[in-house]
Ligand binder design. Structure first.
Ligand SMILES: [Zn+2]
Length: 127
């Protein structure tokens, strides 16, 4: 199957997380995270870098975070409809409300332990 890979998901999506990029199909459909084949069957997708600007469509406050995020609690995670169309999830900085505008900002996401690997990616700041 063309969309399967032996490379772990974290590494497959690293470029996408660092650049907020997905894919665009000739049929007009945009994908975030990126895909290797569109719903229409086209497997010649192009990279699409998203602006990071969007609107909160749903959110929740996390009080018990997973490993790596547990020191940052409480924090807010939202579903954000990007101005280009796709909906992504992300940590929100600021006070989230449904309908509020956000912009993507590149930040540290979490650290694996005291001296562990630092992961970076996009968070969304209320504007
Ligand atoms: Zn398509």
């Amino acid at each position: 199957m063309p969309h399967r890979s032996s490379v772990p998901m974290t590494w497959r999506l690293k470029h996408s997380r660092y650049t907020l990029s997905g894919t665009a199909c000739a049929c007009g459909k945009l994908h975030m995270p990126p895909r290797v084949i569109c719903d229409c069957g086209n497997d010649k997708l192009e990279t699409k870098v998203f602006s990071g600007n969007g609107e909160i469509v749903s959110f929740t406050e996390i009080h018990i975070g997973p490993a790596g995020f547990d020191r940052n609690t409480p924090y807010n995670v939202a579903l954000i409809k990007l101005e280009e169309g796709p909906v992504v999830s992300g940590i929100v900085i600021g006070v989230p409300e449904i309908g509020k505008k956000v912009k993507g900002i590149f930040r540290r996401l979490h650290t694996d332990g005291e001296e562990g690997l630092i992961s970076y990616g996009f968070k969304f700041e209320v504007v």
